[in-house]
Design a protein around this ligand. Structure first.
Ligand SMILES: Cc1cc2nc3c(=O)[nH]c(=O)nc-3n(C[C@H](O)[C@H](O)[C@H](O)COP(=O)(O)O)c2cc1C
Length: 155
């Protein structure tokens, strides 16, 4: 069974958390083992990051950029990489919530490209989080789970 970590920041209304939950649900239904980590509750540890086959990353748009704790997560990966840890190249999917701007998309994808192999399109959701965005997250979670499963059996 493939292991996926859904890593997200959510603080203001729970919008990003709702998207993270839908994505996790889709991945679980497709057979993956899924863990959710809220980066504004705690930091992601190197050992759990290395143990994951794939990740899903979610942030709200804060000042047209990533939320601080999600940026810190990218800083950690950079430093892990520099210290020789094999952190690069995991499959990843991206999602974000915003209040009408949504300009975080570009810096988010830019940072993700440095360390991950992005799967599918970034999911953008203007708040309040609606069913359509949740369904898209669920489908993306299932897609990620299937990718991880195929890798495991060598397809
Ligand atoms: C500090 C702060 C800065 C924000 N900056 C932006 C912004 O630049 N553009 C935008 O579209 N929304 C912005 N928002 C709105 C949030 O992206 C939006 O409310 C989001 O859905 C919150 O997600 P959450 O409930 O998961 O925390 C900002 C919100 C906060 C708290």
């Amino acid at each position: 069974m493939g292991k996926i970590i859904v890593i997200y920041h959510s603080q203001q209304f729970g919008d990003t958390k709702a998207l993270a939950g839908s994505l996790a649900e889709g991945a679980r239904e497709a057979g993956a083992e899924v863990e959710l980590i809220g980066t504004n509750e705690r930091r992601v540890r190197l050992d759990e990051f290395l143990a994951a086959d794939a990740v899903a990353l979610g942030t709200p748009d804060y000042f047209s950029y990533l939320a601080g704790t999600m940026k810190s997560f990218f800083d950690d990966i950079y430093l892990w990489d520099k210290s020789g840890e094999p952190v690069k190249g995991k499959p990843a999917v991206l999602f974000f919530s915003h209040g009408g701007g949504g300009r975080v998309k570009e810096p988010f994808e830019y940072l993700a490209r440095k360390f991950f192999e992005q799967l599918g399109e970034t999911i953008e959701s203007k708040r309040p989080t609606g069913d359509e965005a949740k369904e898209r997250c669920q489908a993306l979670g299932a897609k990620l789970a299937k990718k991880v499963e195929k890798k495991e059996i060598g397809i």
